[in-house]
Design a protein around this ligand. Structure first.
Ligand code: 5CA
Length: 440
């Protein structure tokens, strides 16, 4: 993509309404545009990151055996009356009346709807286990939408729902998601710490929040710092290995980690120096709630010996749009965003310092063509702006690599390769630069 053609409405001024760094940087980098309190349009740069995050989530859900569906954003109120949550949900639920005076709502979550789908199709215990997920917009009329996409009213969530014959099966489904979550966040360069959590309006008695540490996090957390030394990409991925997955979950829940509500000061004190008191952002939340929805909504299947089975369920959420902000909170400096390569909107930036200079144009053009051919997804700054403005834009939007072409290098046949993280710079040939990036 040529920057001269790319829709990148960056801001020079720091927007005053933004209280935290990720919100400021997302507005300054032209990633999103606020349309109403807590409701955003995603512009090309932001949309690219959102899509990459969603794709990592999707790959890890699929790997763990979940199957993707797509449920609507608008739901009929009757479903929620069946579970009893229509009244319980209160003002957070956006209620809508259609032209026939039918009561509808914009879904804040999908337990009822997915249970209805199961009720319409599952007949026997042989139809289980199943885990169905979608990546869909949700609406919660939060009292205080704030921090940009971190606490929005409309936000993108991955939500998965598991159905099992019995509690042991449901525990295995829970463990699958638990391990898939650790892997998902690790692929984005994040250490998400599982913490025992309250279940709130979703219900149930087993639940973990996945929390990343960040100064601007909404919750106070207490963590055994040794958790942070764990290599989470190392996890077992044999999702059929019941004992192996349980062992992995046991291992990662053996570290002390608690939010304010669940914090046990006496137990934590035993950690001494290892106890870290910090703030965190909840990027995922998983729940096991047994038959809460299946029983209330009459989801009953044929059991193995002519008896009836009421499926055991769990639900598993990831804040896909929140993650965009959370990733920036976790990785930025004074000059802007520093994207991990796995979610970066482009693979690299190419900066032509002297557009109009024949040697620079030729070299930058060659670099751009070769980087594209090598699948490096380059963003080529071919604008006639000052060098300072170009560097500032590149640093702000945070691509992992910058390839800089100037008159001196063009003569010598070299480009400057700058790694955004850390800022290390090296002069090398086009071929060496491309090999360096491809190998990174
Ligand atoms: N049905 C369950 C699991 S599928 C559920 O709704 N869980 S949740 O309420 O915990 O939401 C799942 C995730 O969505 C949270 O962990 C958080 O990362 C994200 N999320 C929740 N509320 C918001 C919000 N207002 N803005 C942005 N992301 C949010």
């Amino acid at each position: 993509m040529r920057l001269s053609q790319f829709f990148l409405p960056t801001l020079k001024e720091t927007p005053t309404e933004a209280q935290i760094v990720s919100h400021r940087l997302m507005l300054r980098a032209g990633m999103v545009r606020q349309q109403a309190a807590g409701i955003y349009s995603w512009l090309p740069l932001g949309h690219r990151v959102l899509t990459k995050i969603a794709q990592i989530v999707r790959e890890e859900q699929d790997r763990a055996g979940a199957q993707e569906i797509l449920m609507p954003t608008i739901q009929p109120a009757e479903l929620w009356r069946e579970s009893g949550r229509y009244d319980d949900y209160g003002k957070e639920m956006l209620r809508i009346t259609d032209r026939h005076e039918r009561e509808m709502l914009y879904g804040p979550t999908n337990e009822e709807m997915v249970t209805e789908i199961a009720r319409a199709s599952f007949r026997s215990y042989r139809d289980l286990p199943k885990n169905l997920y979608h990546i869909q917009w949700k609406f919660r009329d939060e009292v205080r939408p704030r921090f940009g996409v971190m606490r929005g009213r409309e936000f993108l969530m991955k939500d998965a729902y598991s159905f099992d014959v019995d509690a042991a099966g449901a525990r295995h489904s829970y463990n699958r998601m638990f391990v898939a979550y650790l892997r998902t966040f690790a692929r984005m360069g994040l250490k998400a710490i599982p913490m025992r959590a309250d279940t709130g309006p979703i219900g149930g008695d087993l639940s973990h929040e996945f929390i990343i540490l960040a100064e601007t996090g909404e919750s106070a957390v207490y963590v055994d710092s040794h958790f942070l030394d764990q290599n989470l990409l190392d996890l077992p991925v044999d999702y059929d290995d019941v004992a192996g997955l349980q062992a992995a979950v046991d291992r990662f829940t053996s570290f002390y980690a608690a939010t304010d509500e669940k914090h046990d000061a006496t137990a934590a004190a035993q950690l001494g120096e290892r106890l870290l008191s910090a703030r965190g952002i909840e990027v995922g939340h998983i729940f096991y709630f047994g038959t809460k929805y299946s029983a209330a909504m009459g989801l009953t299947l044929q059991g193995p010996s002519g008896d009836k089975v009421v499926p055991e369920m769990g639900s598993y959420g990831i804040g896909v749009s929140r993650l965009v902000g959370a990733l920036i909170e976790a990785s930025h400096d004074d000059n802007g965003i520093i994207w991990p390569a796995s979610v970066a909107p482009f693979g690299c930036g190419i900066v032509n310092l002297r557009v109009g200079d024949a040697a620079c144009d030729a070299m930058a053009g060659e670099l751009y063509a070769k980087a594209k051919a090598a699948g490096l997804d380059p963003l080529y700054d071919d604008r006639t702006e000052s060098a300072g403005a170009k560097f500032a834009t590149m640093d702000l939007i945070g691509l992992p690599w910058q390839l800089v072409v100037g008159p001196r290098g063009a003569k010598a046949g070299t480009v400057e390769v700058k790694e955004r993280k850390g800022g290390a710079k090296l002069e090398m040939s086009i071929e060496a630069a491309l090999a360096r990036l491809a190998g990174a």
